[in-house]
Design a protein around this ligand. Sequence first.
Ligand code: S3P
Length: 166
Amino acid sequence: MGKIILSGYMGSGKSSVAKRLQEKMGLSLHDLDQTIETSTQHSIAELFAQKGEIYFRKLEHEILKELLRQPQPFILSLGGGTPCYANNHELLQANGIHWVYLKASPETLLDRIANDKTERPLLSGKKHSELKDFIAQHLFERSSFYNLAPYKVSTDGKTPDEIANE
Ligand code: S3P
């Protein structure tokens, strides 16, 4: 069965799809951001504000490596930036890992982000009117990493359940 790892931009549905997959497949579920929060006892927003993004990226890399060392199969949802830093994209291409990219258009991402209360330090302070251009640009910059995933699922117009089934 191996490990199923969900990646994608903020708002792509990683956490909701991971929960549906857990229900359907009965595997254990990990969320990288939550694991970071539990192990540091700080929220992602606090880590960005107090220690900065580079500190966060190093921690994200170390905790990803630690999670991947587990021999049992599991479902893992990454943070939006995870495949784009350090050699994380190489770690995700190892044997026994099914790396999935949940694709969504900037319009869909903006919609989902606007309807979600998760604190996102990279987007905070941006006006709604600026957000779509920012997301489109940022997604473009990150796409070459996301596209390394061997499994790609288009998520526009689909529910988490439909995406999990696919
Ligand atoms: C980030 C996405 C966030 C979180 C952090 C940085 C990013 O996760 O890891 O705020 O760089 O895209 P979500 O994609 O779950 O919001």
